[in-house]
Design a protein around this ligand. Structure first.
Ligand SMILES: [Zn+2]
Length: 345
C-alpha cells in the first residue's frame, strides 16, 4: 500500500505542475452538516454555489449522489456562463483519506463509510476526474493562496469546530506526511489521563477543546449540579443536553463553571500550539473553525499567552497568532491551489 501511495504521489506531481492560468475550478466541501459545491475563480473568489444537507444515515452511495448534485448544478451554470473551468473536480473531505480518494474510517460518518471509494463514485457520477483531499490541508492551501497566510512560508493552521484539525506548511510547501495525514493537531496529547477522545485515547486536544467536548463538559457540570445556568440551558435544549454555544452563553452571563470549561479548552489549545511552535518555528499560526471564530478574542489571547510563556528557542513575540481569513470557505477556496498547484510553492 505504501508503494502504491508513493506512485500516486508521483502522479500528483503532474497536477502541481499544471499551469494554474485563469481556469476556474469545480470545488466541493464535504462537511458534517453540509455538502457544498462551488466554482472558484483564479482570484480565489467564489462565483457560483450550491449545497445540500449531509445526511449520513442515507448511506455512502446516496450521500455521494447528494454531493454530485450540487456539483453538477454549478458545473452546468458555469458552462452556461461561459466560464473556462478545469475538467477535474476537487473535493475537501474529513479524513482519513487514502491516496485513491477513498474514505478510510471517518468516525463522523460511521462504519458504513469505511473504505468507501468517494473519488471513484463521484467520478462515475460526474464523468470527470475527481481528486479528494483532506479538508484541513485544503483549507491551509486556501489561506495560503488568498487568506491569512498570503506571503507566509512557514505556518501552522488549526481549526476547532466539531473536531480539531490542522495543517503545517514549511518553506511554502504543505507537509503531507508519510500517510497523507500530517497535521492531526486534534490528537496531540495535552493532558495525562483526561477525557476520552473519539479515537479511543485519553487527553487528546480534541477531547477537551472541540465543540462536542465543550458541550460534554457543560452537560457533566449541569448533571452534577455545579451550574444552575447550564442546568437551565439543558432543560430547554434538544435532547436535554447543553450545546457548546450554551456553555459560551453561560460563561458570557457570568457563570464561573462554564467560564472554567472554556478556559480549560483554550489553555489546552494554547499548550498544543506552544508545542507546535517549539517544534516547527512557524512565522504565523492561523486559528479557524466555528468554535474559535464565534468569539476569537479569548482563544487568541490564550494561545498567545502560552506561546509567549513557552518559547525559549522560538521567542513567542516573533510568532504571529491570527484568526483565519476565509472562514467557512477556506475548504472551497483551497480546492483550486489543491488541484492546480497555485498559490504555494
Ligand atoms: Zn484522539
Amino acid at each position: 500500500m505504501n508503494t502504491h501511495y508513493h506512485e500516486r504521489n508521483a502522479m500528483r506531481k503532474d497536477f502541481t505542475e499544471r499551469d494554474p492560468g485563469t481556469l476556474a475550478v469545480l470545488a466541493a466541501d464535504m462537511g458534517g452538516t453540509r455538502l457544498r459545491a462551488a466554482v472558484v475563480g483564479a482570484d480565489g473568489s467564489i462565483a457560483l454555489r450550491a449545497e445540500r444537507a449531509t445526511l449520513p444515515e442515507r448511506g455512502p452511495e446516496a450521500v455521494a449522489g447528494d454531493l454530485a448534485a450540487p456539483l453538477s448544478a454549478v458545473a452546468a451554470d458555469a458552462a452556461v456562463a461561459g466560464m473556462a473551468a478545469d475538467p477535474s473536480v476537487a473535493v475537501a473531505a474529513t479524513g482519513p483519506i487514502d491516496a485513491d480518494g477513498r474514505l478510510v474510517d471517518p468516525s463522523n460518518l460511521g462504519p458504513a463509510y469505511f473504505g468507501f471509494p468517494l473519488a471513484d463514485e463521484l467520478a462515475a457520477r460526474l464523468g470527470r476526474p475527481v481528486r479528494v483531499g483532506l479538508d484541513t490541508h485544503i483549507a491551509l492551501l486556501g489561506e495560503a493562496a488568498h487568506g491569512a497566510l498570503v506571503g507566509v512560508r512557514d505556518a501552522v493552521y488549526v481549526t476547532v469546530s466539531t473536531g480539531v484539525g490542522g495543517a503545517v506548511m514549511a518553506r511554502g510547501r504543505l507537509i503531507v506526511g508519510a500517510h497523507g495525514l500530517a497535521g492531526e493537531v486534534g490528537h496531540l496529547p495535552v493532558m495525562v489521563g483526561g477525557p476520552r477522545c473519539g479515537c479511543g485515547a485519553r487527553g487528546h486536544l480534541e477531547a477537551i477543546a472541540s465543540g462536542p467536548a465543550i458541550a460534554a463538559a457543560g452537560d457533566a457540570a449541569a448533571r452534577a449540579g455545579r451550574s444552575a445556568t447550564l442546568a437551565r440551558a439543558a432543560a430547554v435544549a434538544p435532547g436535554g443536553r447543553p450545546s457548546a454555544r450554551d456553555v459560551w452563553a453561560a460563561a458570557a452571563a457570568g457563570d464561573a463553571v462554564a467560564a472554567a470549561i472554556l478556559a480549560r479548552a483554550q489553555a489546552a489549545l494554547g499548550r498544543a500550539i506552544a508545542g507546535l511552535v517549539a517544534l516547527l518555528d512557524p512565522e504565523r499560526v492561523v486559528l479557524g473553525g466555528g468554535v474559535i471564530l464565534g468569539d476569537p478574542g479569548p482563544w487568541l489571547d490564550a494561545v498567545r499567552r502560552q506561546v509567549a510563556a513557552g518559547g525559549q528557542a522560538v521567542p513567542g513575540s516573533s510568532v504571529f497568532i491570527v484568526p483565519a481569513a476565509l472562514g467557512d470557505d477556506a475548504g472551497l477556496v483551497g480546492c483550486r491551489p489543491f488541484l492546480l498547484g497555485s498559490g504555494v510553492e
